[in-house]
Design a protein around this ligand. Structure first.
Ligand code: NAD
Length: 509
């Protein structure tokens, strides 16, 4: 745990942020206006005030950014591994120096609480520190009689990175860390609704990195994305976001046949067995519903609770939910923030209505929340549905909001089948004191991660990523470098003279 600054101190930091600033694209370490002349307003969803403006980028802007990244690539790819390590550590140090300020930016633009923002910044710092330890690209030597093969891991080139709005700074760090460690240059496109912190990071990068190594182009996905992914000089795309956008990006990437990594949505199962530590498990359900207002791809949004402990468990969960504190997200006492945008607010409320319509029972919440002094804020009560059936929309679709569905079970095989009955396969949790059972259930879940007896228990180095339509490729691990590099084999022959395959016949001699 950490001691956050006081609300007064946080408000002072927030007052220093220039909400009238019009940010440019960052290209070759310069802030440049977009060609379209159009800007997009960034909103604070807790107040609906404007916190800054960004360029609505277009193909022309993308071309400039890719050119800068292409020109920077040969030099950056050849930097000494220790130099890349020093630079990654310097980025982490810059973030640490402005830790509270970055947390305020995350809160102001995304609506999350300051405390959540603070933890996100901590995680972002750790990403850069972690990848600083992985800048040496390692190959192999293979010995054969008279031949030796060397495999070299080489940076792939200019990469396009496209990120969402839920944890923007952390997403930028998860993407930039391995790309920079590997020696790639980058054009990063943050989400058009939430990117204040990413632009502040870009300002720091311009001061640290050689020009053109990281370029940031802002704007709407449809205006920027297609040109970025199909640009002939872009050699790879790494995307985090929704399935629908992923389908488009995969089709763009097919044009120039570039590799992709996809970190998409989830509908993860949090499984409570009869012998679980019910207090800890109840806390995990509350955490998953409330943290970042449920706008977390890994959220355990389907809770499977054993019938024998169901009532007691629900009592514990609803009691905890009853004490969640609403308020100004900047106040360190506030425990749930505002939903990130009007679009997302409407989407989540529609899902809540569909749950009611399709016959699930609201065990907690189920409505908009009105926060004193923030009457216009986009707040939603943490919401718990019981009586959820496998054919209901709220069981099947990712809501990406503070809404959790509870399903009872008593037969383990049926429960596992229901947990796996999803197009997604991102994560999951199991709560039991029986490690054999935990192991069996964990191995039976078709997901990229399973946490046993603590949800969201993740440290840098533990691979994250999805099975099925949650995507492909892994991040948060040194193995992510394999997505930003390609292997070259250099094969050396030590046997002198021709092989003799085409020697003239003896009669010709
Ligand atoms: P989104 O797909 O709408 O947008 C993500 C990014 O893609 C944004 O920058 C957007 O501008 C851009 N984009 C939109 N259309 C594009 C196009 N045609 N071409 C190129 N880029 C385009 O997703 P979102 O609503 O911002 O994010 C929520 C989704 O992200 C959820 O499904 C969530 O689960 C997922 N997510 C996954 C992870 C993970 O690690 N698996 C992490 C966070 C979020």
């Amino acid at each position: 745990m950490f001691t956050p600054p006081s609300f007064e101190q946080i408000k002072q930091i927030a007052a220093q942020i220039d909400c009238n600033r019009i940010y440019g694209h960052l290209i070759a370490n310069e802030w440049v206006d977009g060609e379209s002349g159009v800007v997009i307003e960034l909103m604070n969803p807790a107040t609906r005030g404007i916190v800054g403006k960004i360029q609505a980028g277009n193909a022309y802007d993308v071309d400039r950014a890719v050119r800068a990244a292409r020109d920077a690539f040969p030099g950056w790819a050849r930097t000494d591994a220790l130099e890349r390590q020093r630079i990654l550590l310097e980025i982490a140090a810059r973030l640490r120096k402005r830790h509270a300020e970055f947390a305020v930016m995350e809160s102001l633009n995304n609506g999350k609480t300051f405390v959540e923002g603070f933890l996100d910044v901590q995680n972002a710092i750790e990403q850069f520190e972690y990848y600083a330890g992985h800048t040496h690209l390692k190959g192999e030597v293979l010995d054969f009689p008279n031949t030796m093969a060397l495999t070299h891991r080489e940076p792939i080139g200019v990469v396009a990175q496209i990120i969402p709005w839920n944890v923007p700074l952390l997403m930028a760090a998860i993407k930039l860390g391995p790309a920079l460690a590997a020696g790639c240059t980058v054009v990063l496109k943050p989400a058009e609704t939430v990117c204040l912190s990413v632009l502040a990071l870009a300002g720091e990068l311009a001061d640290i990195l050689p020009k053109g190594v990281v370029n940031v182009v802002t704007g709407y996905g449809s205006d920027v994305g297609e040109r970025l992914v199909t640009h002939p000089d872009v050699r790879k795309v790494s995307f985090t976001g929704s399935r629908a956008t992923a389908q488009k990006i995969i089709s763009y990437a097919s044009r120039s046949i570039i590799p992709q990594t996809m970190e998409l949505g989830g509908k993860s199962a949090n499984i409570i067995c009869e012998d679980a530590d019910l207090d800890a498990a109840a806390e995990s359900v509350v955490m998953s519903t409330v943290i970042n207002k449920g706008e977390v791809c890994l959220a355990g949004s389907r809770v499977f609770v054993h019938r024998h402990v169901r009532d007691l468990f629900l009592e514990k969960v609803t009691q905890l939910l009853g004490h969640i504190r609403y308020g100004n997200p900047l106040d360190p006492a506030t425990q749930i923030g505002a939903v990130s945008s009007q679009v997302q607010f409407d989407r989540v409320m529609n899902y809540i209505e569909s749950g009611k319509r399709e016959g699930a029972q609201v065990a907690f919440g189920g409505s908009r929340a009105v926060v004193p002094d923030l009457a216009d804020g986009l707040f939603i009560q943490p919401t718990l549905f019981t009586g959820v059936q496998r054919d209901m929309t709220i069981f099947r679709e990712e809501i990406f909001g503070p809404v959790t569905s509870v399903i009872d079970w008593d037969d383990e095989a049926d429960m596992i089948a229901a947990a796996n009955d999803s197009i997604y396969g991102l994560a999951g949790g199991v709560w039991t004191r029986n490690l054999t059972k935990a192991h069996h259930i964990a191995r039976s879940l078709d997901t990229g991660t399973v946490w046993v007896n603590r949800y969201y228990n993740t440290r840098p180095g533990m691979a994250l990523g999805g099975n099925k339509q949650s995507g492909f490729g892994r991040e948060n691990t040194h193995e992510a470098l394999s997505h930003y590099t390609q292997l070259k084999s250099v094969v050396i022959n030590f046997q002198e003279g021709p092989i003799g395959l085409f020697a003239p016949p003896p009669s010709a001699l």
